[in-house]
Design a protein around this ligand. Structure first.
Ligand code: THU
Length: 140
């Protein structure tokens, strides 16, 4: 197992402790690794109006952007839940990953036991609708 990814998954498991999930009782944690090795943590934040819930992945991504990180400046993201098979990001989060992360960025889908499988942003949402529909220049 890759030590850096194992560490990142451990951070995601810790982030899970902060989850606000009174409705589903399904706590999710996320850790996003910046190019300079800074780690941004995220957890799911639910709402009585269920559709307003923010997933752990988007919490971490938005936190990083709000803190001045530029899109595509991340190395990896790890996601963890108390599940037997590794936790995969939902469709909405895949779309946000496509928007803010490079296509080849590593996505670690794990659980609280430290088991994980690895994929990439483009593998998780092939043929995505993205900013290329509006902007030819991929530079930001
Ligand atoms: N959830 C996440 O935070 N990330 C995922 O990848 C899947 C689902 C949250 C949303 C909701 O609070 C709870 O898990 C149940 O769907």
């Amino acid at each position: 197992m890759d030590d850096e990814m194992k560490y990142l998954l451990g951070q995601a498991v810790q982030a899970r402790e902060e989850a606000y999930a009174p409705y589903s009782c399904f706590k999710v944690g996320c850790a996003l690794l910046g190019e300079d090795n800074r780690v941004f943590l995220g957890c799911n934040v639910e709402n009585a109006s269920y559709g307003l819930t923010n997933c752990a992945e988007r919490t971490a991504l938005f936190r990083a952007i709000a803190d001045g990180y530029k899109p595509y400046s991340f190395k990896a993201i790890a996601i963890a839940g108390d599940v037997s098979r590794p936790l995969a990001p939902c469709g909405a989060c895949r779309q946000v990953l496509v928007e803010l992360c490079s296509p080849g960025m590593r996505v670690i889908m794990g659980n609280t036991k430290g088991e994980y499988i690895e994929s990439t942003v483009s593998e998780l949402l092939p043929g995505a609708f993205d900013r290329g529909a509006f902007i030819d220049d991929k530079e930001i």
